[in-house]
Design a protein around this ligand. Structure first.
Ligand code: GLC
Length: 456
C-alpha cells in the first residue's frame, strides 16, 4: 500500500515536472508572433555602446573606392571580391585595375588566405581597448559574405582561419578575452554566401547542411550573447528557416535567457530582435530597441583608400552616441583591423577619447532610457536621457543657460565637477545656470552633462 502510494506520488511528480519542463521548452513557437513577443534582454538595452569588428580576407587588400560612387556601398572594403566580379557595376573597372596592378590578374581572392596571417593579433589587447573605450559588448564577423569562417568550422573546411591563413581560432580567442574582461561577446554571421557552390545550386541543402549547423556550432561552442545575422535579403525567412532557428535559440540553446538578435532574418527587417540601422538608414523608433551600426570612416572592412577627413572626429563620435542614446538606441561602432591583427592607431585613438568622455559621463548613457515625453521645444544641441526619476541634460555645445521645460528639480549637478550648480524655477520647468569652470576643476570636454535629481 505504502509502496503503491509513494509510487503514485513519484509518478505524479514526474508528470508535473515533465509538463512544466516541456511547457518551458516550448515557450516560443516558431512563429513571428511568438518570437517577436520575447522581450529583448535588458543587458542589451542598458549597454548602449558596442564595438563591431569586420575582419577577414578582405582585410588583406583593405581597399575600396573612397566614396560611395555607385550608391551601393562601393566604399565598403569587405565587398572587395564581389566588386571584382560584378561587371554590371560602374566601379567594377576601378577594382579590377587596383587588383591587377597590385596582385596580378592570375591572383585569386582565395590567395589572400596566405596573406591573412594575424601575426600581431593580441586578443587581450583588443579586449582592453574595447573596455577602455567604454563599450559593453563586441560583435565580430564570424563569417562575412565571402564565406570565410574565423573559427574552425567543419562546414567551411579549408575555408576558415584555423585551416588556412592564421591557423588560429580567431573567433574563439577573441571571445574568451572579451568575456574575461567583463564585456558581452557576439557574432555577426552572413546567411548568404556569394560564391558557395552549394548555396548557388541548392539553397535548401545549404541551409540544412551548412548554415544552420554553422550557426548552432557558433552558439554551442562559444555561447555568444548576440547573434547578428546579415545578408538575409537574398532569400525569404522561410528558406532560411529563421523561425525554427530562433525557437531553438530562445527555448533550448545554452544562451536562451541572455541572447539578443537583430531584425535581419528575412521578411523585410520587421521581425526578430532589435531593429538595425546602418549609416542612419533603417528603422529607429521609440517603439522597439534599435541599434545603429557604422564605421568610424565610411567602410566596415579596413579601407586604406580613406583619408583622414573621412573619419569621424572623436567629438563627432561622442555627439553621435549622445544623439542615438537620447533617441533610445545603441551605437555599434565598427573598427576594421588590419590583416596582421593590429587595430589602426587612429581607430584606437577615437575609441580612447570616447572612453575618456564616458568615464566622466557614462552614468548619463548606460542603463538610461529616452525621455519619451520630452517637449518638442528643446533647445538646439541639448539632448536628454532618463533613469528612474532623474533626468540627464546633455549639452553638446556650451550654453550659459539651459531651459528645461516640464520638469522640477531637487538638485542639479554637473558630472565630473564638484562645485555647485544653480538653477531657477520657471513657470513651466527650470533653467540651469552653467557654473564658471576653471582649468583644474573640471576635466571633461566636448559635451557637458547635468544631472537633475528628482525631475519628475
Ligand atoms: C551590410 C553589408 C555589409 C556589412 C553590414 C553591416 O548589409 O552587406 O558589408 O557587413 O551590412 O551592417
Amino acid at each position: 500500500m505504502y509502496i503503491k502510494s509513494s509510487l503514485l506520488r513519484s509518478l505524479g511528480l514526474f508528470f508535473t515536472l515533465f509538463i512544466s519542463v516541456s511547457s518551458v521548452r516550448a515557450q516560443y513557437q516558431p512563429t513571428w508572433k511568438s518570437l517577436d513577443a520575447r522581450p529583448i534582454p535588458r543587458w542589451f538595452t542598458d549597454a548602449k555602446f558596442g564595438i563591431f569588428i569586420h575582419w577577414g580576407l578582405y582585410s588583406v587588400p583593405a581597399w575600396a573606392t573612397n566614396s560611395n560612387a555607385d550608391g551601393f556601398g562601393s566604399n565598403y572594403a569587405e565587398w572587395y571580391w564581389e566588386r571584382l566580379n560584378n561587371k554590371k557595376l560602374k566601379i567594377h573597372k576601378e577594382f579590377v585595375d587596383f587588383h591587377n596592378k597590385n596582385y596580378g590578374p592570375q591572383f585569386h581572392y582565395q590567395d589572400f588566405a596566405h596573406m591573412f596571417k594575424a601575426e600581431l593579433f593580441d586578443p587581450q589587447q583588443w579586449a582592453k581597448i574595447f573596455k577602455d573605450a567604454g563599450a559593453k559588448y563586441v560583435v565580430l564577423t564570424s563569417k562575412h559574405h565571402d564565406g570565410f569562417a574565423l573559427w574552425p568550422s567543419r562546414e567551411a573546411w579549408n575555408w576558415n582561419a584555423a585551416d588556412a591563413g592564421p591557423h588560429r581560432d580567431l573567433a574563439g580567442d577573441l571571445s574568451e578575452a572579451v568575456k574575461k574582461s567583463g564585456l558581452h561577446m557576439g557574432f555577426y554571421y552572413s546567411l548568404y554566401e556569394w560564391y558557395n557552390p552549394l548555396y548557388k545550386q541548392n539553397v535548401n541543402k545549404y541551409v540544412d547542411e551548412h548554415m544552420l549547423p554553422q550557426l548552432k556550432d557558433l552558439v554551442t561552442r562559444y555561447q555568444p550573447e548576440i547573434i547578428w545575422p546579415d545578408g538575409e535579403w537574398d532569400q525569404s525567412d522561410t528558406t532560411w528557416r529563421s523561425r525554427e532557428f530562433l525557437a531553438w535559440l530562445y527555448n533550448e540553446s545554452p544562451v536562451k535567457n541572455t541572447v539578443v538578435t537583430n531584425d535581419r532574418w528575412g521578411g523585410g527587417r520587421s521581425h526578430g530582435g532589435f531593429n538595425t540601422t546602418e549609416y542612419g538608414s533603417g528603422k529607429a523608433s521609440l517603439e522597439r530597441p534599435w541599434e545603429e551600426c557604422r564605421g568610424i570612416g565610411e567602410s566596415f572592412g579596413y579601407n586604406r583608400n580613406e583619408a583622414l577627413e573621412q573619419y569621424q572626429t572623436s567629438e563627432q563620435l561622442i555627439k553621435m552616441l549622445i544623439d542615438i542614446v537620447s533617441r533610445g538606441g545603441n551605437l555599434l561602432l565598427n573598427i576594421g583591423p588590419a590583416a596582421d591583427g593590429t587595430i589602426p592607431v587612429i581607430m584606437q585613438q577615437r575609441l580612447k577619447d570616447m572612453g575618456d568622455w564616458l568615464k566622466i559621463n557614462g552614468e548619463a548613457i548606460y542603463g538610461t532610457m529616452a525621455w519619451k515625453e520630452a517637449p518638442k521645444s528643446k533647445m538646439k544641441d541639448i539632448f536628454y536621457t532618463r533613469k528612474g526619476n532623474d533626468l540627464y541634460v546633455l549639452a553638446t555645445a556650451w550654453q550659459n543657460k539651459i531651459a528645461v521645460p516640464s520638469v522640477k528639480a531637487e538638485k542639479i549637478a554637473l558630472l565630473g565637477y564638484n562645485g555647485k550648480v544653480n538653477f531657477t524655477k520657471k513657470a513651466n520647468g527650470i533653467e540651469i545656470i552653467a557654473p564658471t569652470l576653471q582649468p583644474g576643476t573640471y576635466a571633461g570636454s566636448t559635451a557637458w552633462v547635468y544631472k537633475i535629481t528628482d525631475a519628475f
